[in-house]
Design a protein around this ligand. Structure first.
Ligand SMILES: Nc1ncnc2c1ncn2[C@@H]1O[C@H](COP(=O)(O)OP(=O)(O)OP(=O)(O)O)[C@@H](O)[C@H]1O
Length: 393
């Protein structure tokens, strides 16, 4: 039955488990035929297991080339790459790629295959039996926030850009690879969808603890998603490799300061997350509940609205008590404009979401897209003021 929720962002949440492996690059070089200088010039780098490391740097500096050498879509000209203890340059490339998830812009889905077939492709190639593949497809669609019943048999063209991207992530995770490579995965979607996908990734990573290498052009995205950021210059020269906090506070060279841009101080705000705020509990009701009973609970709690949860416990709408008083039963209608943010959303994201929906608050999602609470615009503004004065002081 439904009841008033309490926020779930308490500090007693268990530490993130790690299912990823470390990645070590030693003197990795790529020289394309006919180029005077290598695209990637003797890069050495260590990426710890279970961390998300963001690759940023100017166009053409070699980020994608470096990423694609990790799964040997591009063969290195020199150097070695280890995943855990294994030297990837000595492995069969096809087998290697089944152990490394790969996500590209627009999901890279096969248009003539259903969502389910796309997601189940690697498990099928690995020879899993049919039942296990089917169960895995449903589990993964659920993980990325898509109802398997609704989406399993659709074709990619019947999905929005954001949904396609979610399927792309589900497909990359299908065989539970320890490493996920992501090449500008959210580059082609609108800003609000992008923000939601970023929140989803943070949530999934919290659950799974993969080693993620992520190429982006967007420094804010790097700050938001990265445990660490690598700032590259031409030839994939590593200019700085550190936490977002450290890079923002102390850019290694003028070049990094320029790259971060003039708003570095304000970018500190990107470091403050919704999970650091106090969330308000709210009355909830499930689809099909008696409206009068739900209304009585909302009024008793002093709430002016309540949050409707679908059968998986995910928020789908937030009707006011006046609206509920005109209902017999709580309807299954999904409010497409419902402002939702994740616990990992930044304060900037949360503000954007509220402004885009013209709402003074937003629903906060926790684990498995369940309700964590409500955040109001006043709470966000107060936190921004605080962060600003800390940065200034
Ligand atoms: N197949 C190729 N043949 C020859 N040169 C290439 C090839 N692919 C990339 N390059 C060159 O190698 C350099 C690095 O390219 P790469 O795509 O890795 O950079 P990037 O940092 O990912 O760029 P962007 O951010 O624009 O995607 C560039 O100078 C590019 O022109």
């Amino acid at each position: 039955m439904s009841e008033t929720t309490t926020p779930t962002n308490d500090p007693t949440t268990p530490a993130r488990q790690v299912s990823g492996v470390s990645i070590r690059l030693d003197g990795v070089t790529k020289r394309y035929p006919g180029q005077d200088r290598p695209a990637v010039d003797e890069v050495s780098l260590e990426i710890p297991a279970g961390e998300t490391v963001m690759f940023v740097g100017p166009s053409g500096c070699g980020k994608t080339t470096l990423l694609k050498m990790l799964n040997r879509l591009i063969e290195p000209t020199g150097g070695t790459i280890h995943l855990g203890d294994e030297d990837v340059t000595r492995q069969d490339p096809d087998q290697l790629r089944r152990r490394i998830g790969y996500v590209i812009q627009a999901g890279g889905l096969f248009p003539h295959m259903t969502v389910g077939t796309n997601v189940g492709m690697v498990p099928r190639m690995l020879g899993w039996d049919k039942e296990r593949v089917t169960a895995r497809i449903d589990e993964l669609l659920d993980l990325v926030g898509l109802d398997p019943e609704v989406y399993r048999d659709r074709y990619p063209k019947e999905l929005s850009g954001g949904q396609q991207q979610r399927v792309g992530v589900a497909r990359a995770l299908a065989a539970d690879p320890p490493v996920l490579l992501m090449d500008e995965p959210f580059g082609a979607v609108d800003p609000i969808t992008r923000q939601r996908l970023q929140d989803e990734l943070l949530r999934i990573q919290e659950e799974l603890g993969k080693t993620i290498v992520f190429v982006t052009h967007d420094f804010d995205e790097a700050v938001k998603l990265g445990d660490k950021i690598v700032v590259f210059d031409v030839g994939a020269r590593v200019v700085q490799y550190d936490t977002p906090e450290a890079i923002l506070a102390d850019p290694a060279e003028e070049y990094v300061a320029d790259f971060i841009g003039a708003g570095a101080t304000l970018k500190q705000l990107t470091l403050t997350r919704v999970n650091s705020l106090e969330l308000r509990p709210v009355t909830t009701a499930s689809v099909g509940d008696d409206a009068a009973e739900a209304l009585a609970r909302a009024r008793a709690a002093g709430d002016e609205y309540l949050v409707v949860l679908d059968r998986r416990g995910r928020p789908i709408s937030w009707p006011t008590t006046a609206e509920v008083s005109r209902m017999q039963q709580i309807p299954a209608t999904v409010d497409e404009k419902l402002p939702v943010v994740g616990l990992g959303s930044t304060l900037n994201d949360a503000l954007d979401t509220m402004l885009a929906a013209s709402q003074g608050g937003a629903v906060v999602l926790g684990r498995r897209d369940g309700l964590a609470g409500i955040v109001s615009i006043e709470t966000i503004m107060a936190a921004i003021q605080r962060a600003r004065s800390e940065v200034a002081g």
